[in-house]
Write a protein that binds this ligand. Structure first.
Ligand code: NAD
Length: 541
């Protein structure tokens, strides 16, 4: 069991004692009223024992959702397969129109979406909004490009006129989608959308802690015109329901930790099915001596502490050139220490809560370990129980020794280590000294120099004069991790192609060719050689 929403996992691990934490009362918005939650709950393909969704704002249960038994999974995949047969026959442009309608619905219903995302993840409202923004942009992009990308194309045959060729992108069938809790709308609904528009059905296991967001996304997309049975949502422990999803799917889209990603890849390889893996990171930022610190400081703060650092793109290592290191650190610490940490459905706080007690325990352990090994805490370094049961103060470390856990391991919380460097060369070497390659950031006034550094960084995404949003938000561009950060295609035309199989149908019109055809032997070879010499003069050949 690995998701924070799973009961056993919480029971297995030592619970963090939150000394002095009062039971908090946070008024639930009407979008989370019991009848509304009851309606969402009915979207789970499950009849098993319930699992709890905990409100990070209070530490109290929000609701319970049924888990999915093996029989539930069998029935769900049967329904998905049946629906997929007819969905695959719908013209790509018609399927894509669901994306265009979804875009408008997301914008119309943004407030309700933000409530549910915040209730399950504990993040600040502004950070929840980035999910809404991304999925809206992506829906429109897929709505516009899916028709042209997926409509069968005529291509030249080996010999013009003799052969007519058509290539089409056939859907794979039922895609198993396994998504984490940190960006439940982006990584559940956003990733699922490309698969659906490409003509597939989804067998989706969101993390149990954030299944309501997935259920609400499913409701919206059904309203936008998707046949309901195409998207089956199952619930339960990662260790049990996750493998059961892989065993019943034709391909898997997985987002989560690198450790679980390896298990997913092994299981999928055993069945010879494809995977898209979007995994962890330990993302570096380089501040060059010529950086505009007026932009770099707030940019770096946003990149380190958005969603309380529970963002796969989050910056956890900053390498700053010594000439500006003191000034950068002074200003970075000043802004960080002023960030308002707290919980609620308004816009009162810059940083919300961590999502679970497990997350708080991990962040606390990483910082304690670093300090125990000699790191300095310039600001933060402690939980803030008076702000919320799982809140942690944004934390800046220096002098982090290489033996500390958070030197190499992903913390996935509001913790960053800053190191002064003497040159671009040293910054590049340190930035690349990681098994991960998900996101990197470079701040410089010399964009050409930034591009030169970018070419030498081992990372799937590089942001120059931005922390993460520029690359991630460009939905036309395909993104994915390098190294232990995975192998996948999110966004871009590639996200559609990745959930299809190419099928080529060639019709031979005039004469058979080849060894047993009419032109076998020397005459055939001479004739073909002459033909190829002529063909090269035709446009596009
Ligand atoms: P996780 O690996 O614990 O869980 C992810 C999902 O996998 C959950 O739904 C979980 O229930 C399920 N799961 C658990 N065990 C499984 C198993 N044995 N087989 C199949 N599924 C299983 O990750 P998490 O803690 O939920 O998420 C945080 C991690 O995700 C971080 O490492 C973060 O960097 C990464 N992440 C990556 C991206 C990206 O785009 N690269 C985006 C978001 C999060």
């Amino acid at each position: 069991m690995t998701g924070p929403g799973s009961r056993q996992r919480r029971a297995d691990r030592p619970r963090l004692r939150l000394v002095g934490t009062a039971r908090r009362e946070v008024m639930l918005p009407s979008s989370l009223a019991p009848d509304r939650l009851g309606r969402l709950r009915r979207g789970v393909a499950g009849t098993g024992e319930p699992s709890s969704v905990i409100q990070p704002f209070t530490g109290e249960p929000l609701t319970e959702l049924p888990t999915s038994t093996s029989d539930d999974l069998d029935a769900a995949v049967r329904r998905a397969r049946a629906a997929q047969q007819s969905w695959a026959e719908v013209a790509p442009r018609e399927r894509a129109a669901v994306g265009l309608r979804l875009h408008d619905l997301i914008l119309d219903r943004a407030d309700g979406l933000l409530d549910v995302i915040q209730a399950e993840t504990g993040k600040a409202r502004g950070h929840a909004f980035t999910e809404v923004l991304e999925v809206a942009l992506l829906s429109r992009f897929l709505g516009l490009v899916a028709g042209p990308v997926l409509t069968p194309r005529s291509l030249p045959g080996a010999i013009p006129i003799f052969t007519r060729v058509r290539q089409r992108q056939a859907p794979v069938g039922v895609i198993g989608l396994i998504s984490p809790w940190n960006y439940p709308f982006s990584l559940g609904v956003g990733d699922g959308l490309a698969a659906l528009i490409a003509g597939n059905a989804l067998l989706h296991k969101p993390d149990g802690q954030t299944a309501l967001t997935a259920l609400l996304g499913r409701e919206l997309i059904i309203e936008a015109g998707l046949p309901a049975e195409l998207w089956q949502i199952v619930n339960g422990s990662g260790a049990e329901v996750g493998p059961a999803v892989i065993d019943r799917s034709d391909q898997v889209i997985f987002t989560g930790s690198s450790a679980t990603g390896r298990l997913v890849a092994e299981r999928a390889a055993d069945r010879m099915i494809g995977t898209s893996l979007e995994l962890g990171g330990k993302n570096p930022m380089i501040i060059r001596g010529d950086a505009d610190l007026g932009r770099a400081v707030p940019g770096a703060v946003a990149a380190c502490f958005s969603s309380a650092g529970q963002l796969c793109e989050s910056i956890e290592r900053i390498y700053v050139q010594r000439s500006v290191a003191d000034e950068f650190i002074r200003r970075f610490v000043a802004v960080t220490s002023r960030l308002r940490v707290g919980v609620g459905y308004g816009d009162d706080y810059d940083i919300g809560s961590l999502t679970s007690a497990d997350q708080l325990a991990k962040v606390t352990a990483h910082v304690r370990d670093a300090v125990g090994r000699g790191a300095n805490v310039l600001t933060g370094g402690a939980a803030v129980p008076e702000a919320g049961p799982y809140c942690y103060r944004p934390t800046v470390l220096t002098d982090l020794p290489a033996t500390a856990r958070c030197y190499r391991e992903e913390t996935f919380g509001p913790v960053v280590a800053i190191t002064a460097v003497d040159s671009d060369e040293e910054a590049i070497t340190l930035a690349n000294d990681s098994e991960f390659g998900l996101n990197a950031s470079i701040w410089t006034r010399d964009v050409a120099a930034g591009r030169r550094i970018a070419r030498r960084l081992r990372s799937g995404k590089i942001n120059i004069n931005d922390g993460f949003a520029a690359a991630y938000g460009s939905v036309h561009a395909s993104i994915g991790g390098w190294g232990s950060s995975g192998a996948g295609h999110r966004h871009g035309r590639e996200s559609l192609l990745a959930v299809t199989q190419t099928q080529t149908v060639a019709v031979q019109s005039i004469l058979p060719t080849g060894e047993f055809g009419a032109f076998r032997g020397r005459l055939y070879r001479r004739g073909m050689t002459a033909l190829l010499r002529v063909l090269k003069h035709l446009p596009g050949r």
